[in-house]
Ligand binder design. Structure first.
Ligand code: SAM
Length: 336
C-alpha cells in the first residue's frame, strides 16, 4: 500500500515545474549530421532494448497525471520508427496531454505529414541547416534537400505548425542565416537557430565554429537593415528566445545554451528510446525506467523513480565555449 502523497505536479529541487516531456522514439537516424554524430559513430542498441509503444504510453500517461501537458517526439529520427502515427494517436488520447510536437529532418515527412496530423500531431520542428544542395548533402551525409523541402511543404499543407531549426556554425552556414529566414518567412513559418553544444564529450564540437546568439542577431540586423526586438520565450514551449524584425510580423527564434543560459526556466525532462529518464540534456545522470517496467514494477514504483530523479535535477549545465563541460551522451541518442 502506498503511503506517499499523490503527486499532481512534478517539481524539481529548484521549484521548477515540469510540464514538458521529450520522448526519443528511436536511436536510429536516416541522416548522419557531422556536428551531431561523433566521429566513431553512435552505437545503435538491439531493437528489443527500445521501449515498446505500450511502455512509452505508460510513462507518458503517468507523467500526464503529474502535470506534464506537452510531448515532443524526437530521435534519432522519429519518422523512421514504424507506425509512428499509431503512437501519436495513443499519446493524443491521454488525458491531460494537450500538445504533441515532433522534431524531424523531414526526409520522410512528405508521405507522413497528413496521417501524423490526423493522429493528433500539432507541430514539427524541421532541421534545416543550409539550403545549398551540395553543403546540405555533405553536412547530413545522406541528406536530400529537395525531399526535405517537400516534407516541409507537406507539413504546412497538413496544417501542422512548422519551424525550421539550424545549428549555426561559423564557416559552415553563417552566410546562410538570412536565406534560411527568408525561406521560412516566405512559407509563413518560423526560422530558428541553435548554438552548437559540446555533446559526446565535445567530440563533434569545434570552438572556432561557435556562433553566438548575439552574433546571429547582429548578422541578421545588418543584412536586413532593421533592429531585432526581444519578445521573450514562448511560455512552456521550449528554450528559444524570440525576436521580432523591426516593426514587421517576421520573427526569428534563437536557442542559446552556450552564451545566454535558460536553465532557470527549464520545464523539461527527456525519455530516451531505451527508457532512460534524463532530467537534463547536458548531464549524464539517468533513471532507468525500462528496468522498473521490465522487472514488473508498478506505477507507484515508476512515479517514485521519476520524482527521485527530479529531486536531483541539476540546476544548470556546465557547457564551456572551449568544448569542455558537456555530457558523454550523444545528441542522436537523446534527441533535441
Ligand atoms: N533527427 C531529428 C532532427 O534532425 O531534427 C531529431 C533528432 S536531432 C538530434 C534534434 C536536433 O538536435 C536537430 O535540430 C539537430 O540539428 C540538433 N543537434 C544535434 N546535435 C547538436 C548539438 N551538438 N548542438 C546543438 N544542436 C544539435
Amino acid at each position: 500500500m502506498r503511503n506517499l502523497p499523490i503527486i499532481t505536479q512534478l517539481v524539481d529541487a529548484q521549484a521548477r515545474k515540469i510540464s514538458y516531456l521529450r520522448i526519443s522514439v528511436t536511436d536510429r537516424c536516416n541522416y548522419e549530421c557531422t556536428y551531431c554524430v561523433p566521429e566513431d559513430g553512435a552505437q545503435m542498441v538491439r531493437r528489443q532494448l527500445l521501449l515498446s509503444f505500450e511502455e512509452i504510453v505508460r510513462i507518458a500517461r503517468l507523467c500526464a497525471g503529474m502535470g506534464v501537458r506537452r510531448l515532443r517526439l524526437t530521435g534519432g529520427e522519429p519518422t523512421v520508427r514504424k507506425d509512428l502515427s499509431v503512437l501519436v494517436a495513443q499519446l493524443a488520447a491521454i488525458e491531460g496531454i494537450n500538445e504533441i510536437a515532433m522534431t524531424s529532418n523531414a526526409h520522410l515527412l512528405e508521405g507522413m505529414a497528413e496521417p501524423l496530423a490526423a493522429a493528433g500531431l500539432s507541430s514539427v520542428n524541421v532541421s534545416l541547416d543550409t539550403l545549398d544542395p551540395g553543403p546540405f548533402a555533405q553536412l547530413t551525409v545522406r541528406g536530400d534537400i529537395a525531399k526535405v523541402i517537400r516534407g516541409i511543404d507537406a507539413a504546412i499543407a497538413a496544417g501542422l505548425r512548422v519551424s525550421t531549426n539550424a545549428v549555426a556554425l561559423r564557416g559552415v552556414n553563417d552566410k546562410q542565416l538570412l536565406a534560411l529566414c527568408e525561406f521560412a518567412w516566405q512559407r509563413g513559418i518560423l526560422p530558428r537557430f541553435i548554438e552548437h553544444m559540446p555533446m559526446s564529450g565535445g567530440d563533434a564540437y569545434q570552438s572556432s565554429q561557435h556562433l553566438s546568439a548575439a552574433a546571429i542577431r547582429q548578422s541578421l540586423a545588418e543584412e536586413l537593415g532593421e533592429e531585432l526586438h526581444a519578445i521573450g520565450q514562448s511560455a512552456g514551449r521550449g528554450p528559444a528566445q524570440y525576436w521580432r524584425i523591426g516593426e514587421s510580423e517576421r520573427r526569428v527564434g534563437i536557442i542559446s545554451a552556450m552564451s545566454e543560459h535558460f536553465c532557470a526556466t527549464c520545464n523539461r525532462v527527456r525519455l530516451s528510446a531505451t527508457g532512460q529518464l534524463h532530467t537534463c540534456l547536458a548531464h549524464d545522470d539517468t533513471a532507468d525506467l525500462r528496468a522498473i517496467m521490465r522487472e514488473g514494477g508498478d506505477d507507484d514504483a515508476l512515479s517514485d523513480a521519476i520524482c527521485a530523479a527530479l529531486a536531483i535535477k541539476r540546476d544548470g549545465h556546465q557547457f564551456q565555449l572551449d568544448g569542455a563541460g558537456g555530457p558523454r551522451k550523444h545528441m542522436i541518442s537523446i534527441g533535441g
